[in-house]
Design a protein around this ligand. Structure first.
Ligand code: SF4
Length: 558
């Protein structure tokens, strides 16, 4: 076993402290570039089977290719914190397909549908980072899945791990009449130049990117490590406003503007400079302090920009304007006109859960209506692009039969759920079916209630906040607690009134908690119904749920 020597106060910043690894993850990354595991999967593990995979590859490097062991069935949430990785891990894998900008064709959708049916027991989840995730994947089938994906122009490269993860992109890039700038060329350039580059495959932690040119601010730019947000510079024309250092999880922090304007031709190099800065200066001693947000918190925006410009770009960026607040819904649900006269249609699956059959049915429906392009969104939704006017009704009818509705209830529209205990090793509670049950109950109980905008409900299985606990109107964090009798009980801690500038709140920020407020899955429909009715009774004028929740008495929020 490698002994880790930690010099006093060293944070593990490569540019300051040198490259000696200070924690076990840094050890396995330094020992062999994690991207090299692909060759071993193809040549050895897929042939010899699960038991041939050594721990550092199984629990470490395989993530660099989007593959994670899924949770062993039957291990309840009470054992999440105490079981070893071996006990928690099943012999099956989650596989994440990175879909940068969420953009695929109908032909690619059919490939995903076939992989789901052939190798993943029909599973498929659209994530809130525009990826598609399969479950029940066996190591023996991984090379064939890669062959099919890559033949169709898709991949799993760096979909997980300490890497540049999928790049969120506006789902209406290039088609929306309201768009300030089309981010597609920048996303494509970054992916082509840098994804899979071994030099960028050992970051302190994950690195999340988001790029939009749409005024609805539809990629949650405040919670990514780097975001480029479309703006118009008074002299330089359309380009991007640069944000860095956002992230949620256990130490949530919203990103900050650097006040810098990025021309489209500079964007890929600014992205590279930022990720290299993170690679060199990010903290590698403690995994819990390694995300870029901690470096930004220590340095401040001004120093961050100076280092970026002087050490990585070699030139100064122009100062630039901030994006305007958005008054448009960012989920793109419903029927909308494109700038070319055709339409895009935003459809809502329930909490992102689909299947091979649904994906294939969607491909059929899209083709029947004359469409050939699909986009997944950061809200676990799916858009069908380029629908001619005469095809819209057909699409809506066919998609509706699949459970994908263009006019969802506010509850179906605005509820997200992470993977949860069904497959995730970090989870304490069930999320997807809890959320689906909640949606059904609210649709029934609040059928006669009118909401001028949906109340967002985000259901998370643990504090990691994959479904963004802290920025929902009602955020739910799964945890284990003791009930009054002293027995273990699974419940959700409640966060209220979170929001972002992209959700059109002037005082955008993180949700508040209420002392002692926890809700079990069984209590959840009663709780959300109660707090929704109280909001409607107590709100002033067109006050938002978030504004009300921040000023309401704790009693109103219980
Ligand atoms: Fe798993 Fe927790 Fe993320 Fe949910 S929030 S998917 S339980 S890590």
């Amino acid at each position: 076993m490698t002994t880790i020597h930690r010099p006093e106060r060293a944070e593990g910043q490569w540019a300051v402290d040198g490259r000696a690894p200070l924690n076990p993850n840094e050890v396995f990354k330094a020992a062999d570039n994690p991207l090299h595991v692909r060759e071993r999967i193809e040549k050895t593990y897929a042939r010899l089977g699960f038991d041939s995979i050594p721990p550092d590859d199984l629990h470490g490097r395989m993530r660099w290719w989007g593959i994670y062991t899924q949770r062993r069935q039957g291990i309840d949430g009470g054992r999440t914190a105490t079981a070893t990785p071996e006990e928690l891990s099943d012999r099956y894998f989650m596989m994440r397909v990175r879909l940068d900008g969420g953009a695929i064709t109908v032909r690619q959708l059919r490939v995903l549908a076939d992989i789901s049916d052939d190798f993943a027991r029909g599973t498929a989840d659209i994530t809130d980072r525009q990826n598609l995730q399969f479950h029940w994947v066996e190591i023996e089938n991984v090379p064939e899945i890669w062959r099919r994906l890559e033949a169709a122009g898709m991949r799993t490269t760096e979909a997980c791990g300490d890497t540049p993860r999928v790049i969120l992109g506006s789902p209406v890039a290039g088609i929306s009449a309201e768009e300030i700038i089309d981010p597609t060329p920048v996303i494509q350039e970054i992916v082509a130049r840098f994804i899979g580059d071994e030099d960028l495959a050992n970051l302190p932690r994950k690195f999340k990117s988001a790029i939009t040119g749409h005024p609805s601010l539809d990629v949650l730019h405040e919670i990514n490590d780097i975001s480029l947000v479309g703006v118009v510079h008074p002299e330089l024309g359309p380009g991007y406003d640069l944000w860095v250092g956002g992230g949620l999880s256990v130490a949530p922090r919203l990103a900050e503007r650097l006040g810098a304007f990025v021309r489209p031709d500079q964007a890929a190099d600014v992205w590279l400079g930022t990720i290299r800065l993170f690679q060199d200066y990010g903290y590698r001693r403690l995994r819990t302090k390694a995300r870029l947000k901690f470096l930004l918190a220590a340095w401040g925006a001004q120093r961050f920009r100076e280092v970026l410009e002087t050490e990585y770009l070699g030139y100064a960026l122009a100062d630039g304007p901030a994006p305007a607040s958005s008054t448009l819904p960012a989920d793109h649900i419903g029927v909308h006109s494109q700038k070319d006269g055709r339409h895009y249609v935003g459809l809502a699956p329930t909490v992102g859960r689909v299947s091979g059959g649904i994906l294939r049915g969607l491909a059929d429906a899209a083709e029947m209506s004359g469409a050939r392009r699909i986009r997944f969104t950061p809200h676990q939704k799916v858009l069908v692009l380029d629908v001619p006017a005469e095809g819209v009704d057909t699409l809506i009818e066919q998609a509706g039969r699949l459970g994908l509705t263009a006019s969802p209830s506010p509850y179906r529209r605005a509820t997200l759920a992470c993977t949860g205990i069904e497959y995730c090793k970090f989870a304490f509670v069930e999320t997807k079916s809890t959320a689906a049950n909640l949606i059904g109950e609210l649709e029934r109980r609040l059928a006669g209630v009118t909401l001028d905008r949906p109340i967002t409900v985000h259901v998370n299985g643990c504090p990691n906040s994959c479904a963004r606990i802290q920025i929902a109107d009602i955020g739910l964090k799964g945890q284990l607690q003791k009930n009054p009798g002293g027995a273990d009980e699974f419940a959700f801690q409640v966060f209220l009134g979170g929001g972002l500038a992209s959700a059109a709140r002037d005082d955008a920020g993180l949700g508040r908690t209420v002392r002692g407020l926890k809700v079990t899955a069984d209590e959840l429909p009663d709780y959300v119904e109660r707090v929704t009715r109280r909001f409607l009774a107590e709100r002033g004028g067109d006050e938002s749920f978030a504004d009300w929740a921040h000023r309401a008495d704790e009693g109103s929020l219980r």
